[in-house]
Design a protein around this ligand. Structure first.
Ligand code: ADP
Ligand code: ASP
Ligand code: MG
Length: 450
């Protein structure tokens, strides 16, 4: 019965090479309830493909392509049966070569998505072979058959009802016959063109597919044994959170904790599904369960850092009516495709951070000359870069203002650019210079959690 099935998602580090793929295969072999495996591209591959998609000269292109070939060959060479899979991967690599040649002269978001989808297509083909060599009855499934999305290339949104219907008809009958291996991150729009769900989107794919299959649980296997009180790369003494609520995890993901894509939590909210996060290299080390239980929640849960923030401050010096001013500038920004993230407003100014929509587009590049001219006609504009957003995630955190003077005085000693309290229940966020942010996180972690 499908609700007893588990969907397991393996991230880039779990697909990085032959050995990592074997660790991931061990997990699949140990748990017969896993019937659908959703995969990321091998670590680093999406970044390489993104570089090709923005257009590279021949020399650079050749170098990236040969790195990709070497990486795939290193895996294929360790397989027992190499010929069929080598042909499939070679065919994909020659498509990548052709598209990256086109991209040198003609870049587009459509071409980018086609190009970067090959990362997941390759890792999933290879992982099926690894499983078959371990005597698992495994079948490769092209997720584009069911993951129908809008045509917003680079950050496509799945069409939920269509996905559900297609999963029920095309995928569900297969999972009872074989272990199905498919791709995260990629989808297909109405005209049959390949789309992608945004960087880190494989988690989101796994959750959407899990929801469509009515499963009770999805497992996210990555390179950390769960969600920690801070990114363990930044704060080595960070502690694992064994149980976290969907809301807390969602807030962490929204404010930049890379361990989960924020979209992953939406199906969990809708469908009572729980999410387990663990390390594919150390599966017995345990992990974090994201669930709906919500008693005894702590005031402070975690610290999150999001780098590469751009702050726009728009001073109202021309329009008398405050609301008219906000409406005019917001509409202008939105019309130019600028995604507004955090917003602070006062009578005379509006401060907004820009959401990065695409990993290789620097947010301030979006401020094109036409937009700047149009903005200059209605306000005085300040642009600040090299900022990082530090967020203290918790529950009823607005209480901190009255209850924890010590923490506030700590913040006083940091060089803080701006405090946002748009999510007073769950997060206290502030901007600080990028160079100070790591130290701020470490200091806050020491004071709050250690
Ligand atoms: P995958 O390729 O498996 O999807 P990601 O690199 O996307 O893996 O996410 C895992 C990474 O998330 C970890 O290596 C860690 O550095 C980072 N991370 C950020 N914040 C946290 C946190 N609070 N807890 C655990 N990991 C975190
Ligand atoms: N491969 C994609 C990325 O690197 C999607 C993912 O790994 O989740 O962003
Ligand atoms: Mg990820």
């Amino acid at each position: 019965m499908s609700h007893n099935l588990i969907v397991a998602k393996f991230g880039g580090s779990s697909m990085a090479d032959y050995i990592s793929m074997q660790h991931s295969a061990n997990i699949v072999l140990k748990n017969p309830a896993i019937r659908l495996v959703v995969l990321s591209a091998s670590a680093g591959v999406t970044n390489q493909l993104c570089l090709l998609a923005v257009g590279q000269h021949k020399k650079q292109r050749t170098s990236i392509l040969s790195q990709l070939v070497q990486m795939q060959e290193a895996i294929i060479n360790r397989l027992i049966h190499q010929e069929v899979i080598r042909n499939k991967i070679t065919c994909i690599l020659s498509n990548i070569q052709a598209l990256s040649k086109t991209a040198e002269f003609l870049q587009s978001s459509e071409l980018t998505d086609e190009l970067i989808s090959y990362g997941e297509l390759m890792s999933s083909l290879l992982f099926v072979e690894i499983l078959r060599e371990r005597k698992v009855v495994a079948e490769w499934f092209d997720v584009r058959r069911v993951m129908r999305t809008d045509a917003c290339f680079g950050s496509a949104e799945p069409k939920l009802s269509m996905l559900k219907e297609l999963v029920q008809h095309q995928l569900k009958p297969l999972v009872s016959k074989a272990l199905i291996v498919t791709q995260g991150f990629i989808g297909q729009e109405e005209k049959g063109r390949t789309t992608t769900l945004g960087r880190g989107g494989s988690d989101y794919s796994a959750a959407m597919l899990g929801e469509a299959l009515n499963v009770k649980r999805i497992d996210i296997w990555t390179d950390v044994s769960g969600i920690y009180t801070a990114d363990p790369r930044l704060v080595p003494s960070a502690k694992r959170i064994d149980k976290i609520t969907v809301k807390e995890a969602f807030t962490m993901a929204t404010f930049g904790a890379k361990v989960l894509h924020p979209g992953t939590l939406l199906p969990a909210v809708r469908s009572n599904m729980s999410i387990f996060i663990g390390s594919s290299k150390h599966p017995t080390a345990g992990g974090t369960v994201v669930c709906h239980e919500n008693h005894n929640l702590p005031l402070f849960r975690a610290l999150v850092l999001r780098s590469h923030q751009t702050l726009l401050t728009l001073h109202n010096i021309y329009i008398l009516d405050t609301f008219g001013f906000f409406e005019t500038v917001c509409q202008l920004l939105i019309r130019h495709g600028i995604h507004l993230d955090l917003i602070m407003r006062s009578e005379v100014k509006l401060a907004v951070t820009l959401e990065e929509t695409w990993s290789f587009v620097i947010a301030s590049d979006l401020l094109n000359p036409t937009l700047l001219t149009e903005l200059a006609a209605c306000c005085k504009l300040e642009v600040e870069e090299n900022l990082a957003l530090v967020s203290i995630i918790g529950n009823k955190i607005s209480r901190v203002k009255s209850t924890d003077q010590k923490l506030l005085s700590l913040l006083d000693s940091c060089n803080i650019r701006m405090v946002f309290d748009s999510y007073p229940q769950f997060a206290l966020c502030f901007l600080a210079p990028t160079n100070d942010a790591k130290q701020i996180i470490q200091m806050l972690h020491y004071k709050i959690f250690e």
